[in-house]
Design a protein around this ligand. Structure first.
Ligand code: NAP
Length: 287
């Protein structure tokens, strides 16, 4: 049970976590901290938070759990202010989509209290942003990856694990570098591809006709191109090396498709499509 939960950044993820924990009866009081008064007011009106604060030291005073749910590019400014005002006995965690860069910022910013910082990433979300898009069941049966460091306090880790389990999630552990390498392929690359395809189409001479005749496949493939551009810019830059590896591999594989189509190689295309279809059918069974 959390007595006082402070969520820094009451958007899709922060708002959904607040709703899930409230529904589970796992938290007594939820404080929201954010940049814009409008968003915080909306969070109050929706009943997502009990109280809003626009001062970070005031927001975290007396909190036993602090969740950083701002875009990856804004983590550093928050962590640097948080370090000197962190209450005793508080546990800090984050939901950022890249772990190595957040950990590299948190270690010097939090100093000795870094042991009470538990890096995390819920593998759940939508292309929507903001508290109005938050959902109480967003994390139900979804995976949350925690990436503790050697110095992470085991009791802090247990408290963060218990919080996510109360929100309905299944918790897994990974080293941060493995997380960033895997998510570069499973999440960051697909977002870049969706943005790239959508942007290619809007710059196409026939863009109006293409969009008027857009198929379900086009809509499915580009759905995540409606995601927040600033958030995804930050993720791409924060996970630069792993994303570059994934992009280069994809670029080479796309080149193989170009060559197969050029030489009219139906056998290669069918074998490749069949291998991919089997893999995708298997994924459907796991969901
Ligand atoms: P979001 O809906 O845009 O919410 C972000 C919130 O952070 C907004 O309420 C924003 O406040 C606030 N914020 C931004 N900069 C701030 C600052 N400097 N100080 C205080 N508040 C600030 O974004 P989200 O989708 O919830 O993403 C939040 C985090 O979750 C990101 O780190 C992302 O990588 C991670 N994540 C996202 C997904 C996903 O599918 N979206 C999935 C897993 C993890 P204002 O409204 O006032 O700007």
């Amino acid at each position: 049970m959390i007595n006082k939960l402070t969520i820094i950044g009451i958007g899709l993820i922060g708002g959904s976590l607040a709703r899930a924990l409230r529904d589970a009866g796992y938290v007594r009081e939820i404080i929201g901290y954010g940049r814009s008064i409008g968003n915080l007011q909306q969070a109050m009106e929706l009943g997502v938070i009990d109280r809003a604060e626009v001062s970070l030291p005031d927001a975290v005073r007396g909190a036993d759990m602090i969740v950083l749910a701002v875009p990856v590019g804004n983590m550093a400014e928050i962590l640097n202010v948080l370090g000197p005002v962190l209450p005793d006995n508080s546990v800090v965690t984050d939901v950022g989509s890249v772990k190595g860069s957040v950990i590299a910022t948190a270690r010097p910013a939090l100093g000795a209290r870094f042991a009470h910082f538990v890096p995390g990433h819920p593998i759940a979300g939508t292309e929507q942003s903001g508290v109005a898009a938050s959902l109480p069941d967003l994390f139900q049966r979804r995976r949350v990856i925690l990436t503790p460091e050697p110095e992470t306090d085991s009791k802090a880790l247990a408290r963060v694990r218990a919080m996510w389990e109360a929100a309905g999630a299944e918790v897994a552990m990974l080293p941060a570098a493995d997380h960033d390498r895997i998510l570069a392929v499973s999440s960051h690359l697909p977002h870049v591809l969706a943005y790239c395809l959508m942007d290619m189409v809007v710059r196409h001479d026939d863009h109006r006709a293409i969009l008027e005749n857009s198929t379900g496949g086009f809509r499915d493939t580009t759905r995540i191109a409606a995601s927040d551009p600033v958030m995804w810019r930050d993720i791409c830059l924060a996970n630069r090396d792993a994303l570059l590896d994934a992009l280069r591999q994809y670029h080479a594989d796309l080149g193989a498709f170009v060559e197969a189509v050029e030489r009219g190689d139906g056998k290669w295309l069918c074998e490749t499509f069949t291998r991919a279809k089997h893999a995708r059918d298997g994924l459907n069974k796991k969901i």
